[in-house]
Design a protein around this ligand. Structure first.
Ligand code: FES
Length: 111
């Protein structure tokens, strides 16, 4: 079992989720009721699954593809450690991953 921590956008709440190896971070977030729309269901066409990875954990993630980087460029309120949750596949090495839900994660499609 892999543990993932989701911090609410205001930092007031942390939800700890149990994940299986091979699940995407987006699937886990949605299973635990996190406010990530994931409108395109992992097709890298929406950026509504944008999360901000804890800087301490960021180096543990495989680097983003060029397509992911391009999509992140279009997302609002991105940071240096922003990623698309649909593109992160959980593995045992990512146990303890911490990510924050960005405040403006909703309704960005079409902007
Ligand atoms: Fe659309 Fe991740 S769900 S880019």
């Amino acid at each position: 079992m892999i543990k993932v921590a989701f911090l609410s956008s205001d930092g007031a709440r942390t939800d700890i989720a149990d994940a299986e190896e091979g699940q995407s971070l987006l699937e886990v977030a949605q299973a635990y009721g996190q406010p990530l729309e994931g409108t395109c269901e992992g097709q890298m066409a929406c950026s509504t699954c944008h999360v901000i990875v804890d800087p301490a954990d960021f180096p543990r993630l495989p680097p983003a593809s060029e397509d992911e980087e391009d999509m992140l460029d279009l997302a609002a309120a991105t940071t240096r450690t922003s990623r698309l949750a649909c593109q992160i596949t959980l593995t045992a090495e990512l146990d303890g991953l911490k990510v924050r839900i960005p405040g403006e994660s909703r309704n960005m499609q079409g902007l």
